[in-house]
Design a protein around this ligand. Sequence first.
Ligand code: ZN
Ligand code: ZN
Length: 843
Amino acid sequence: MSSSDNEINESASLSLGLFPEVVTLFVDVIVPLPLPNLLTYRVPAIMNDMIQVGARVIVQLGTRRILTAIVARVHQDPPKKYIAKPLLELLDEAPMVTTYQLELFRWVADYYMCHIGEVMNAALPSGLKINSESKLQYNPEFDVNTPLTETEGKLLEAVQEKNSLSTDEAARLLGQKDIYPIIKSLSKKGAVLVYEEVKEKYTPKIVKKIRLTRDYEDWEPLKDLIDELEDRKQYKQVGVLMKYLARVPVMQNRTANADGLEKSVLVKDDISESALKTLVKKNVFEEFEIIISRFADVPYSGDDVQLSDSQQLATEKIMSYFKTKDTVLLHGITGSGKTAVYINLIQKVLASGSQVLYLLPEIALTTQIVSRLRKVFGDQMGIYHSKFSDNERVEVWRGVLSGKFNFVIGVRSAIFLPFDNLGLIVVDEEHESSYKQYDPAPRYNARDLALVVARLQQAKVLMGSATPSFESFYNAKQGRYGYVKLTQRFREAQLPEISLVNIRIERKQKKLKHNFSDTLLTSLKDNLTKGEQSILFQNRRGYAPYVMCEDCGWIPHCHQCNVSLTYHQHTQEMRCHYCGFTEQMSHQCPVCGSTRIKTMGYGTEKIEDELKLLIPQARTARMDLDTTRQKNAIQNIVQAFEAGETDILIGTQMLSKGLDFDKVSFVGIFDADHIIHFPDFRAHERAFQLLTQVAGRAGRRNTQGRVLIQTGNPELFVIEKILQNDYEGLYEKEIPERQKFNYPPFTRLIRLIIKHEDEIMAEEAAQALANGLREKMGSRVLGPEPPLVNRIRNQFLKDILIKLEKDNINLRLIKEQIREEIQKILTTKQFKQASIVIDVDPM
Ligand SMILES: [Zn+2]
Ligand SMILES: [Zn+2]
């Protein structure tokens, strides 16, 4: 190459630098909608340098719709079939979604047969998705000294004045169409919060605190003051001061005063309140407020967890398995202290510089577990909870991205957080069906996704349960997972003693009082006399599952679903548990006119009611979906029970999920039969899990608890195995059946649900779909059949079940065929009104 060539090249590149050719960039974006394709938009040249994969952008869809989208690809190819619209705004300078998350989104859409936009919707907290229906709220935590532009100030003022403002209203108010840059800026400055109307608004938890003013931080002036108060016999004020000094070590450490003391600690009655008021007036104390996170009540104490010998051994075994295996199943009986093992491992992983995710079922994520972990991990732990506001979830999302949280404890959707360096995922209570999202799509199972996430990031998965799912236990038996067992209860506690009462016999002997056996009532009464607490379990909420006319047998049904209505006495309503339809309780039969309407069966409400008559001296409380709708309701019920303010806690399966109560010595199971007789291939596995978990609430620390099961079928194998606490015995009996009838873990299931307003059309569409599928997949296709409840919300339902062998099958091809057949049905003119739900790995 000659030197002149070099010169030419140099000058060419120089001129490029001086007069850069403006390239037109395009982006393919994911919009949070069920659309099959990514949409392509043009990047305004001004954004060229900043646009990147994983950033959020604002796009217009159609003529009016405004949405937040995620950039999935940046390129220079204009779309062939339409003219790309420009992006309206770029929201992030750094990716909000990592490339590894995009990969996960694609995997989920593919595996669970849904659209990537649906995955985005499930993954991102709505606070990160501004759209034309978004609302703006004034951020109560905004620092008012932050400089704002004139327009920003104007908009913020309006938001403050009206409490909340939609983005459309904001646009009208400012008289400009393009308001997203302003919203973006205000949101970045912490002035406004963006939320969806359906969700609850963010209200920070504010604590009122008290501290000594500067003038009295030193001992001299303080001593003078106390002397003076004593001289004047103002002992109440002295009392308040002493109380403060006893709790805040001002003398030893002046900075302790800066944090002050919660006002509620200092004032317990009217007397001290007025004394405190006077001291504030005298400028001895000052009041101030702080905003705390909802779980921050428990301070970090650097607590270390002491492992018992068996826990230590289990930890070592798990570590050693992780050298060769990616997943370990920790099978620890109830009360064996699995959490201590988790904590120990989490500490090790965090110390090595990797991130940790700890998944828990929704209900188990209460203050109980959070306080325990807070003591150990302090502020580096983020909490991701569906009962939290959007803003709180956005904080955790950003905290993971920024490195503030290396450890997150959360529910199912936490699996979508933007980790990039996970070392360990703990899936606690891995058998829990609440890891599965039923509706809407993506119908994913967070436990199973944990394995995918771990594979993408070379992390390890630790699954834990006292009653593992048969799938996981099978994987352990096959050697795919490491398997570690904890068979000792912590601190020498014993497993509860379980016994049965045959209610068929007691009924014959006329010993039943409102379905309470004599044995059950005596046990509850005895426990009460001893001053001990009891749990009464019935997995049905409401008052009575149905009501019936005693004369003609009429049973009220939902108008929209094929189920009987549940009677709720508290509200005097009949309610459909499938669609929420309610009507007034009818006291007269519309068919025969009789007024003899009888409630049938037992819901938790009725049990509580009758318990009040049978044991009037017992203080009862109820924990079910109806009593826990409010944000802190579960905490309140749990705390009251822990504090001994409740003698008997009546509840549904919520009780079985990871709550520990120290003083419960008796658990009564009101009706085991309706759990066992559920028409599902997992019924026995579920019954074992549920009843063993509920039983496990009895007797911790030093005392052996007792469990009593009321059943009409004591001879059933599953009941026998529950009595013997013989998990493996049940597994060995059930697993050959699963194999024989091609059920998981030997196969993979895909359930298709065909819905149509017209019953005949539903049947025809389902038949046509099943026939089409059968042509390609043969006997793997079962149905169509009506499900247990075959009409919900005015839609008739038909089920098709596809059983796919696990090995030697082209899953991708099969799914493609399923999609094609569904497409055929949905594009057939006569089935236009039908809809089809795909549920991969239904539970
Ligand atoms: Zn009647
Ligand atoms: Zn209904």
